[in-house]
Design a protein around this ligand. Structure first.
Ligand SMILES: Nc1ncnc2c1ncn2[C@@H]1O[C@H](COP(=O)(O)OP(=O)(O)O)[C@@H](O)[C@H]1O
Ligand SMILES: [Mg+2]
Length: 269
């Protein structure tokens, strides 16, 4: 048995002459949050779409529990327990919390022409699935459109956990959220980890990643800068690697310049 639920060995992905990913090595463990960090265009989405069966690797190997696999479609990835929550979430705003929770996996009662969605039971299951990760919903029949962005993210995550995901991939779940909602989503991420899932959290915000991460893989223009355990790297070091060092130094000296001109102004005022 492999130590890793999921492993990439020298995976590359090309789009025509564009090298979106080159020689990526990555190991994902159950019960860990693995943050995938990188600036816009670094290849984060391409990488997770490869993990989710949307793209086929152009080169390299993809292993699940030590065995090489080739996904033909996202359905294959899902059958292996790899669930992905995309930024657009694939929720239907006018449908209820419960309907969105089940979406395509509706439980029914009766049969033939009398078959119908078992609303009461479905409401109970959806409510319990959400409560399980610390989200209280007063009315599971309320439309999703009435929930906040953070709550919707949490719902999509609860759904994946409930339907048996082993590996949960989240693409920038905190990108569009305020501080409070962001904290709520990160709390749910921690819950998924506590349940023994492997979470792959994509973000370009180190401050969102740092509190919940066990390891970081940094991507820069399609290349991996390596994987680091949290114990081995500070937040500042991660930031510096992401920005490519010089740009951060440049920014710092510019900010220092601003501060100095501010001081001068207040001295002459
Ligand atoms: N379907 C595609 N066709 C052509 N180029 C693509 C495609 N998807 C991504 N790319 C290119 O691959 C690179 C990485 O993109 P992406 O994975 O979306 O980065 P990120 O999610 O880190 O912002 C970019 O240069 C992007 O233009
Ligand atoms: Mg992206």
């Amino acid at each position: 048995m492999s130590d890793y639920v999921l492993e990439l060995k020298k995976v590359s992905r090309f789009f025509g002459s564009v090298i979106a990913l080159k020689d990526i090595n990555m190991q994902v463990k159950l019960g860990e949050v693995h943050c995938l960090l990188g600036d816009n265009g670094a290849g984060k989405s391409t990488l997770i779409k490869t993990l989710a069966g949307v793209h086929k690797p152009s080169e390299g190997e993809f292993l699940i529990e030590g065995k090489p696999v080739r996904f033909k479609s996202p359905r294959d990835a899902l059958d292996y327990g790899i669930a992905t929550v995309y930024q657009d979430l694939a929720l239907v705003p006018l449908m209820s919390v419960t309907r969105n929770f089940f979406m395509g996996r509706e439980i029914t009662k009766g049969w033939g022409p009398f078959k119908q969605f078992d609303t009461q039971r479905a409401n109970d299951i959806a409510q319990k699935g959400l409560a399980d990760i610390g989200i209280k919903v007063r009315d599971p029949e309320q439309a999703i459109g009435t929930m906040s962005g953070g709550e919707r993210q949490c719902l999509a995550i609860a759904r994946a956990i409930h339907f048996g995901a082993k590996v949960l991939i989240l693409d920038e779940p905190t990108a569009a959220l305020g501080v409070k909602q962001c904290a709520a989503v990160l709390r749910v991420v921690a819950q998924a980890r506590a349940k023994g899932l492997a979470v792959i959290l994509i973000t370009h915000n180190v401050h969102h990643a740092y509190p919940v991460a066990d390891r970081f893989t940094l991507l820069n223009r399609g290349h991996s800068l390596g994987t680091f355990m949290k114990a081995d790297v500070t937040r500042e070091e991660v930031l510096e690697m992401m920005a490519g060092g010089e740009e951060m130094e440049q920014l710092e000296s510019e900010l220092a310049e601003f501060a100095r001109s501010d001081e001068k102004e207040s001295a002459t005022a």
